[in-house]
Design a protein around this ligand. Structure first.
Ligand code: ADP
Length: 627
């Protein structure tokens, strides 16, 4: 950029100078030209007052004071000829030719210099090429400490030891203890790995060199390796320090697995350079290498051997307590209404990572700001959560009445099953407002986090998922594509139950699946098996899904009255929360009791008279929810 500005400036100066000289030249050459014979004729007629020579060029002024210019073939002969005549003769130096020659030569020299200059920084860049992606921050400037990180106490504890090593290396060296050189932070994205590495530097107050694995990978073979060498050379000059390599899998993928497609040679060289550098630390070098990855499964085993990344810390999404603490950390930065209870929020966000919780707080703050409030309310958090989980409301989407009705019955089917099955998580929200990719949603929230899932729980989950399709078939005698997502999830759960978790009586306690080992999902593959076993697995999955579907149909058949009421109410109010849903369920239950006792009620499914008190109370519920 600076180079461009400099070049533009030089060109500008030269243009101005050239213009100025052109102006002078014009002033000098402004006289009309005449033939030489005209000059001779006027000389013969004694009509010349003055002659101004500039080389062979002569400006002659006549008696009327008009000046003309012409060229004299032989100046000395001409001067001899006019000797004795009363004419003023002036001889000028040909300075313009001189100036022009000088300027043009300077210009050419400058042009050559400019070309040379413009090449110069590029050369410098090339020499910097290897280290230009290196980011060095002083630990004290990072401004992050362990205080800012919540919900991962085990990881913090492990790293506290590293902090005290960086602060007081002598204490460790005195008794001959060697601290791990490399620490691998492994966990799903957004769990705070980068933050943790920065906090170690912040706590220890040492320089922090940060590099991303992908920064090592270049088009040119050898650049990555030279970057690694540069990084460690620089780090060794500034010990004690922390070197942080984010997404190390980009460079450290197993050389034999073929996980790193393309640029194999470059990656191989970079990885070798990294291994060599990590081996090359002297015992006195107080350098700690922290690396983060969410694909530990594809890392080259050479990286994990002792002396390299020999300590591995798993960082998983926080549990309920962790989520409360993370919400407290991020809640400090915003203005919250006293009605906000972090525990409730944490309960409503199972599986959320630290980054998602930070995002939730920020989205809620944005919602409140949009409404012109100066404090965040519960409803802002609820909307922010829906936005994160389900995407933005598709307000422009138009659905015809029939489709809306099918959708309402579909969601009501899920909702009723979630309510009726004893092992199922309680219902949190049910909506037929299209959001993101989904047309409607039935959300359930666990009362507490599940460290493991029981067979009954998983079966209930499949039955709830089948509820949408079952309701459609029961009421409209048709199948729609709306159940695709449900069926996919149900099939995945059923397959895992049979193949992974040994939950099939026929197959017995066997697992046929391999875990991917990574933190970002992906298929893990199956163990080798015979055709008969494979067929048996398919049969078992199929049977499990079919029995769950039949169970869903059976329950919904029994709850047809509730299904109809719920769907009708959903069509009116579009969204119901768990509490509202429970009121409707209990009203319907009362109605059934009323029907059994042969009292009056309005339920058309139950075919009893209008205007009963329970029917009115149902209407009150709808009105209250709608208002
Ligand atoms: P990762 O490196 O694991 O992908 P980051 O460290 O980049 O995740 O985290 C992203 C953001 O998420 C952080 O800047 C922080 O705001 C938030 N965050 C993640 N984990 C935590 C945590 N344990 N405590 C507080 N904030 C967290």
């Amino acid at each position: 950029m600076a180079l461009l500005v400099r070049n533009i400036l030089i060109f500008f100066l030269f243009s101005v100078l050239s213009l100025f000289l052109a102006l002078l030249w014009f002033m000098e050459h402004r006289h009309p030209s005449q033939d030489y014979s005209e000059l001779i004729q006027r000389l013969n007629n004694n009509q010349i007052l003055k002659l101004e020579f500039t080389g062979s060029r002569v400006v002659f002024t006549d008696l009327d004071n008009h000046a003309f210019v012409t060229t004299v073939p032989d100046v000395s002969k001409f001067l001899e000829r006019i000797q004795g005549q009363n004419i003023r003769v002036v001889v000028k130096e040909d300075r313009f030719n001189l100036i022009y020659m000088t300027v043009i030569s300077v210009f050419i020299v400058m042009l050559i210099m400019m070309v040379w200059w413009s090449l110069q920084p590029k050369e410098k860049e090339e020499s910097k090429f290897a280290s230009d992606k290196l980011v060095r921050v002083n630990g004290k400037e990072i401004g992050l400490t362990f205080e800012d990180i919540a919900g991962i106490p085990e990881a913090k504890e492990e790293l506290e030891e590293i902090v005290s090593f960086l602060k007081h290396p002598a204490n460790f060296k005195k008794i001959g203890a060697t601290i791990p050189r490399g620490i691998l932070l492994q966990g799903p994205p957004g769990t705070g790995k980068t933050m943790l590495a920065k906090a170690v530097a912040g706590e220890a107050g040492v320089p922090f060199y940060s590099f991303s694995g992908s920064d090592f990978v270049e088009m040119f073979v050898g650049v990555g390796a030279s970057r690694v060498r540069d990084l460690f050379k620089e780090a060794k000059k500034n010990t004690p320090c922390i070197v942080f390599i984010d997404e190390i899998d980009a460079v450290g993928a197993s050389r034999s697995s073929g996980a790193s497609a393309g640029g194999q040679e470059e990656r191989g060289q970079t990885l070798n350079a990294l291994l060599v550098e990590m081996d090359g630390f002297a015992t006195d070098d107080t350098i700690v290498v922290l690396a983060a990855t969410n694909r530990p499964d594809i890392l080259d085993s050479a990286l994990k051997r002792p002396g390299r990344f020999d300590r591995q810390i798993n960082i998983l999404p926080p549990d309920l307590k962790g989520r409360i603490q993370i919400l407290e950390v991020h809640g400090r930065k915003v203005s919250l209404h006293p009605e906000i209870v972090f525990e409730d929020l944490a309960k409503a966000t199972p599986g959320f990572t630290g980054a998602e919780l930070a995002n939730l707080v920020n989205e809620a703050a944005l919602m409140a700001a949009r409404k012109g409030r100066d404090q965040i309310l519960n409803e802002d958090f609820e909307k922010a959560r829906d936005r994160i989980l389900m995407g933005i409301e598709r307000k422009g989407m138009v659905m015809n009445d029939k489709d809306r009705k099918v959708l309402a019955y579909h969601e009501a089917g899920h909702g009723i099953l979630a309510n009726k099955l004893p092992d199922s998580d309680p219902l949190h929200k049910i909506t037929i407002v299209p959001r993101g990719m989904a047309l409607g949603q039935t959300q359930q929230l666990p009362i507490s986090d599940h460290p493991a899932y029981s067979k009954d729980y998983l079966r209930s989950k499949i039955i709830v998922l089948m509820g949408g399709r079952a309701a459609e078939e029961l009421v409209f005698k048709q199948q729609t594509t709306g159940a695709q997502g449900d069926l996919l999830t149900a099939t995945q759960i059923a397959t895992d139950m049979i193949c992974k978790w040994g939950m099939s009586k026929t197959l017995g306690p066997q697992s046929f699946s391999l875990d991917s080992g990574g933190f970002i999902g992906g298929a893990g593959g199956r163990l080798p098996m015979g055709h008969d076993t494979a067929r048996l697995i398919d049969q078992e999955v199929n049977e499990l899904l079919s029995t769950c579907y039949d169970e869903a149909v059976r329950i919904l058949k029994k709850e047809q009255c509730l299904l109809k009421n719920l769907a009708e109410i959903l069509l009116q109010v579009e969204t119901l929360d768990g509490e509202e849903f429970n009121i409707i369920v209990s009203c319907s239950a009362k109605k059934e009791v009323a029907a059994m006792k042969d009292l009056e009620h309005i339920c058309p499914t139950c075919n009893v008279k209008d205007n009963c008190s329970i029917g009115q109370s149902m209407q009150e519920v709808v009105d209250a929810i709608a208002s």
